[in-house]
Ligand binder design. Structure first.
Ligand code: DC
Length: 230
C-alpha cells in the first residue's frame, strides 16, 4: 500500500521516455500525472505569441505571466491536453521548436518561480506522478519516491524521431539529435533548478529497456521501499 498522499517524481533529459512512463506509472498507481514540461512549453508559446522578449523588465514579464491561464486535462493513453486561456494548444506545444523555446524560457527566474508555485499547488493533495527536470530536487524535495530516467542521447533521438513521425511530423534524425544534445547541455548548465538527479533518486537507464520494463522496475522499487519502511 502507498501512503495516501504520496508524490512520485520522475526527472530526466528530453526523450528519455518520461511522459509515456509517467503516464503509465500514474495509471498503475491510480495517481494523477503532472506534465510540467507541457507547462513550460505553453508559457513559452504564450510569451512568443504575445511578442514578449525574456529580457523585458520584470514588471512587464510578471504582468504577461499573470495573464497566462493554464489548464491541464488528463487524456486517456495519450499526452495531457493543455489549454492556454481556454484554447487547446496540445498539438501546437509538442513540436521540437517549442521544446527549444520552453528550454529557453525555463531558465528565467520569474517563469520558474511562477510555475514552481503552480506545480506545488497542483501537487499539494498528493497522489501524483510529477514529471520534469527539477521535480525531485526543487519542486517536491520531500517526495516519497524519486526516479531519474536516463538513456543514451542517440537512443533518445531515435525514439523522439519515431514519436514525432508517428504524429505526422517529418523530422531528420541528425537535427533531433543536435537539439537533444543542446537541450541537455542548456537544461543541465543553467543556474536555476538545473537538470540533475536528486541525491536520493533512483537512477534508471532505459537504453536497453522497453516501457513496460521501466514501469515494472519502478513499481518494484516502490514496493521494496515501502517494505523497508514498514
Ligand atoms: O519535458 P519537455 O521536453 O516537455 O520540457 C520542455 C523544456 O521545459 C525542457 O527542455 C526544460 C523545461 N523544463 C524545465 O525546465 N523544468 C521542468 N520541470 C520541465 C521542463
Amino acid at each position: 500500500m502507498l501512503p495516501d498522499k504520496a508524490i512520485v517524481t520522475i526527472d530526466g533529459p528530453s526523450g528519455a521516455g518520461k511522459s509515456t512512463i509517467s503516464r503509465g506509472l500514474a495509471a498503475r498507481l491510480g495517481y494523477t500525472y503532472l506534465d510540467t514540461g507541457a507547462m513550460y512549453r505553453a508559457v513559452g508559446l504564450s510569451l512568443e505569441r504575445q511578442g514578449v522578449a525574456l529580457d523585458r523588465d520584470e514588471e512587464t514579464l510578471a504582468r504577461r505571466l499573470a495573464a497566462v491561464e493554464l489548464r491541464l486535462a488528463p487524456n486517456e493513453g495519450a499526452d495531457v491536453q493543455v489549454f492556454l486561456n481556454g484554447e487547446d494548444v496540445s498539438t501546437a506545444i509538442r513540436t521540437p521548436e517549442m521544446g527549444m523555446v520552453a528550454s529557453r524560457v525555463s531558465a528565467h527566474p520569474l517563469v520558474r518561480r511562477t510555475l514552481t508555485e503552480l506545480q506545488r499547488r497542483l501537487g499539494a493533495p498528493g497522489r501524483i506522478v510529477a514529471e520534469g527536470r527539477d521535480m525531485g530536487t526543487v519542486v517536491f524535495p520531500g517526495a516519497e519516491f524519486k526516479f531519474y530516467l536516463d538513456a543514451a542521447a542517440e537512443v533518445r533521438a531515435r525514439r523522439r524521431c519515431e514519436q514525432l513521425r508517428a504524429q505526422g511530423q517529418p523530422v531528420a534524425y541528425e537535427e533531433i539529435l543536435a537539439q537533444i544534445v543542446k537541450r541537455d547541455r542548456d537544461d543541465s548548465a543553467r543556474a536555476l533548478a538545473p537538470l540533475k538527479p536528486a541525491a536520493d533518486a533512483v537512477i534508471i537507464d532505459s537504453s536497453g529497456l522497453d516501457i513496460a520494463g521501466v514501469i515494472g522496475a519502478m513499481m518494484e522499487n516502490i514496493a521494496r521501499q515501502r517494505e523497508g519502511k514498514t
